[in-house]
Design a protein around this ligand. Structure first.
Ligand code: 3HC
Length: 282
C-alpha cells in the first residue's frame, strides 16, 4: 500500500512538526487535536516554521501556501478514517495513549499502519492494546522535526517486517533517515541521551562545574550543537525525568537513577524553556 494520506494525532511541538514535514513532501495531512485552540496553535507553529524557510528562500511564498493547503485540521477523531497511516504524538501518558489507540483501532481500516511517536513508552505494550500489533510501530521523531534528520523506527515484539519496511520507506519519503531500534526502555536515542543529561545534572549538583561550564565543555570539546543542560531545558525537565524513570523502572538498574536535583527542579515547576526557568532563564 502506498502511503499518501497521513493522520497526525496531537498538534503539539512534535505533532505539528510531523504534519509539516508530511505536507512539505506533498502528502495530504489530517492534523487532529482535542481542542480548537490546540489545533490553531499547532497550525501557527507550522506557519512560523514555513515562514523561516521562505525568508531563507528554501521555499517560495506560493509553496508555503500549497503546503498549508494540504493540511486539514480538525478536533474530530473520526476524520482520521481516510488515512493510510496514523501517527500519534499525544501526551506521554500510557492511559491517554491506551484509550486513544483502542478507539482508533475501532475506527480505522485493518490495513492502516499505527505509529506512535512516544519517546519512552513500550511499543509492544501499546501495540497490545490494538488488534493489529503486527501493524503497530514506533516512529520517533526529534525536535525540531523540520530540521532533524533522524526517525528512530522502533519495532515492537509483534511488528511485521512488512510494516517496518513501509515505515522506513515513509521516513525516507519525508526526507529523513530511518534507523531501526528494538523495543527496549528508551530505545537507542533516549537510552544514551537522557543518562548523559542526567549525569550533567549530577555534575551541577556536585559542583563539578556551572551549567555554563558544562555546556561549554560539551559544545566546544565534543562539537554538540547545544550543551546537555540547554538541551534538557529545550526538551523539558519533566520529560527528561519521566524518561529516566522509565529507564530506572525498565532495567531495575541503579545506574539509571534520576538525579535528585532533576527531581527537585521538576517539583519546583522549573521545567526548562516552556516554564521560563530551567538551568537557564528564558
Ligand atoms: N523550523 C524552521 N527553521 C527553524 C526551526 C523550525 N522549527 N527551528 C530553528 N530553525 C532555524 C532558525 O531559524 C535558525 O535559522 P538561521 O540560522 O537562518 O538563523 C536555524 O534553524 C538555527 O537555529 P538557531 O539559530 O535558533 O540555533 P541553533 O543554530 O542552535 O540551531 C537547533 C537550533 C537546530 C535546534 C540546534 O541547536 C540543534 O540541533 N540542537 C540539538 C537539538 C536536539 O538534540 N534535538 C533532539 C532533542 S531529543 C528529542 O527530540 C527526542 C525526545 O524523545 C526527547
Amino acid at each position: 500500500m502506498e502511503i499518501k494520506k497521513v493522520a497526525v494525532i496531537g498538534a503539539g511541538t512534535m505533532g505539528n512538526g510531523i504534519a509539516q514535514v508530511a505536507a512539505q513532501t506533498g502528502m495530504s495531512v489530517i492534523l487532529q487535536d482535542i481542542r480548537e485552540d490546540l489545533v490553531e496553535r499547532g497550525l501557527k507553529s507550522i506557519q512560523n516554521s514555513l515562514e523561516k524557510f521562505v525568508a531563507k528562500s528554501v521555499i517560495t511564498a506560493d509553496q508555503k501556501r500549497e503546503i498549508l493547503s494540504r493540511i486539514f485540521t480538525t478536533t474530530n477523531l473520526e476524520a482520521v478514517v481516510k488515512a493510510d497511516i496514523v501517527i500519534e504524538a499525544v501526551t506521554e501518558a500510557f492511559e491517554v495513549k491506551r484509550t486513544l489507540w483502542q478507539t482508533l483501532d475501532q475506527l480505522c481500516r485493518t490495513d492502516v499502519i499505527f505509529a506512535s511517536n512516544t519517546s519512552s513508552i513500550s511499543i509492544t505494550r501499546l501495540a497490545a492494546q490494538t488488534r493489529r500489533p503486527d501493524r503497530f510501530i514506533g516512529m520517533h521523531f526529534f525536535n525540531p522535526v523540520p530540521l532533524m534528520k533522524l526517525v528512530e523506527v522502533v519495532r515492537g515484539l509483534a511488528t511485521s517486517t512488512d510494516t517496518s519496511a513501509q515505515v522506513h520507506a515513509l521516513a525516507k519519503a519525508l526526507g529523513k533517515t530511518p534507523v531501526e531500534a528494538n523495543d527496549f526502555p528508551g530505545f537507542i536515542s533516549n537510552r544514551i541521551l537522557i543518562p548523559m543529561i542526567n549525569e550533567s545534572i549530577f555534575a551541577v549538583m556536585e559542583g563539578v562545574g556551572s551549567p555554563e561550564a558544562i555546556d561549554a565543555v560539551m559544545k566546544l570539546g565534543m562539537n554538540h550543537p547545544m550543551g546537555p543542560l540547554a538541551l534538557a531545558d529545550f526538551i523539558g525537565l519533566d520529560v527528561c525525568l519521566s524518561i529516566m524513570d522509565v529507564l530506572y523502572d525498565g532495567f531495575n538498574d541503579p545506574k539509571y537513577r534520576p538525579c535528585p536535583l532533576l527531581k527537585k527542579m521538576v517539583d519546583a515547576g522549573y521545567l526548562g524553556k516552556k516554564s521560563g526557568q530551567g538551568f537557564y532563564r528564558y
